[in-house]
Design a protein around this ligand. Sequence first.
Ligand code: PGA
Length: 255
Amino acid sequence: MTTRWVGTSWKMHKTLAESVTYAQGLVAALRDEPGEYAGVQPFVIPSHTALASVDEALGPARDRPAGLLLGAQDAHWEDAGAWTGEVSVPQVADAGAQVIEIGHSERREHFADSIERTAWKVRAALRHGLMPLLCVGEPDAVQRAGGSREHVLDQARGALDGLSSDELDSVLIAYEPVWAIGEHGRTPHTAEIDGPLQSLQGEFGDRVQAVLYGGSVNAGNAVELLALGTVEGLFVGRAAWSLSGYLELLRLAAD
Ligand code: PGA
């Protein structure tokens, strides 16, 4: 049985109460109807402020249905220090995070997360036993110029080269073309994304935990995306911000 990873980042959304309600409903659904979600590896990535509360709402990590994982949207590369406004990997781990999202295009664009910084953050996550979820993806202009494959390989190599095979084994890669992400994003044709996915699979597929696709994923295209031989899971924003939306995607991904 192949495992399909299906996760969601809530980005800068949800109050504590909303986060906890979602988390409680998710655990209940996964526990009540395990057959509906067979073969799926779910993960949720709340805001930093909600991490500890969601961790508590999900219950002890070892007892979570479907091996549900909790993630943080980012963390600094240093363990501690004079970095006002930042949070460290040990801090998000202390709040319950098991996965760290690194290099999302919004971080790269607005918060100067360079390839070098993503490499540092990947190493910080691994140093503390957390799973890095490295996001890579090309902007619109690069895609139009035909440079998608090279762009995502540069980002992935820059962040991952030099890691041991054991370290790579706990890395997730999410291919998320910038032009497909968010409310101004364009829903991709599978032909547009298969090339970069093939490149990532060709170089990293056997060595990392999984290669996921993200960017305008919804209940209408999830099955087609998962049918691509290059896609081992989905990383979802808007379509999974409601619990019912996320559960529907989990069911579509299930065996
Ligand atoms: P979207 O976001 O699903 O809302 O397009 C995806 C992402 O940013 O990971």
